[in-house]
Design a binder for this molecule. Structure first.
Ligand code: FAD
Length: 285
């Protein structure tokens, strides 16, 4: 289908983009890579009167070393995330998960900021930035503010970005060599969308798990941290038996959806199995 009619602007500064978005009110929407928004426009599931294209905001693209953090511009594409040397060195989980997003064409156009702002519970990268304890930077009519990833995802396709705010960057704490990681996802062969995904980070010390973080994709209306697994694993032996036993509670507190690809019980089973596998791989056992 052809999208409904809309106006289009392509500002050259964040300030101008924020002004255009604020002026457009509820009828304005940001467009970045368009890989999620364009299908919605074509299906006429959304019909904004104004699109504010952030494609000319070059400052929002790329990765910078910021001391104990990496600063990733919201317009950084999935392809760039997969191939960036700083991300490979300090935050390999993000590159591993981004490499599983869709296909090369989508990864060349789709952006990390777009994936996060879109807040699709089946999107791979929201659960990853949740597990990474990232902080999101937003610019709006009242200036700049930081939002912890755990406070960002509010509901299905809904974030805590205020009207008129643009997501400009993602701050990710650098992880040292003592951290292992794995993104496990189960999906249909023909499509990369996760039926369930698990992002695991494990810090080992003297044969034990000193700390673990687990983010779940598509186990509710928002990405979820598997808190009971994290608590059960902390201080445990870094052994397959201990990690798989802890993974048995991966579906605690989740509300997985029912759709053509799986019933909630099927997703609960997948979450437990994939969490066990992800923890084992991240712990290197
Ligand atoms: C065929 C296909 C397969 C896909 N498979 C997968 C998959 O396996 N895994 C996966 O995770 N994703 C998948 N995707 C989605 C893809 O990852 C998109 O790139 C991503 O969801 C959105 O990024 P974008 O830059 O294209 O955002 P857009 O489509 O431009 O925007 C998406 C939403 O975010 C908002 N937005 C975008 N940027 C900003 C910003 N800077 N500030 C505020 N709001 C903003 C827009 O207003 C819109 O509401 C797939 C997409 C397609 C078309």
């Amino acid at each position: 289908m052809i999208p409904a009619k809309f106006d289009y602007v392509r500002p050259s500064s964040v300030e101008d983009a924020v002004s255009a978005l604020a002026a457009g009110g509820d009828d304005a929407k940001v467009i970045a890579g368009g890989q999620s928004l364009l299908p919605l426009l074509r299906l006429r599931l959304v019909y904004p009167e104004l699109l504010v294209d952030v494609g000319a905001l070059d400052d929002l693209r790329g990765v910078t070393d910021d001391g104990d953090h990496l600063l990733i511009g919201a317009r950084t594409t999935h392809y760039q995330v997969v191939h960036d040397p700083l991300i490979a060195q300090y935050c390999g989980l993000l590159a591993e998960a981004a490499a599983t997003v869709a296909d090369p064409a989508v990864r060349h156009r789709g952006t990390l900021g777009g994936s996060i702002a879109h807040a699709d519970p089946a999107g791979d990268l929201p659960a990853v930035i949740l597990a990474l304890d990232a902080t999101l930077t937003a610019h709006g009519p009242d200036g700049e503010r930081e939002i912890a990833a755990r406070d960002f995802f509010v509901d299905y396709l809904t974030t805590s970005l205020a009207p008129g705010e643009i997501l400009t960057g993602i701050r990710v704490p650098k992880l040292g060599d003592d951290w292992g990681y794995r993104y496990e996802k189960f999906h249909r062969t023909a499509q990369a969308w996760a039926i369930v995904g698990v992002a695991a980070l494990v810090r080992r010390s003297n044969g034990q798990v000193a700390e673990a973080r687990v983010g779940l994709t598509n186990m509710g209306s928002v990405p979820i941290r598997a808190a009971s697994v994290e608590a059960a694993v902390a201080g445990a032996q870094a052994s397959s038996d201990a990690l798989r036993a802890a993974a048995a509670s991966a579906d605690d507190g989740t509300q997985p959806p029912a759709d053509l690809h799986g019933a909630p019980d099927y997703r609960r089973h997948l979450a437990r199995v994939l969490t066990g596998r992800a923890l084992e791989a991240a712990a290197g056992v």
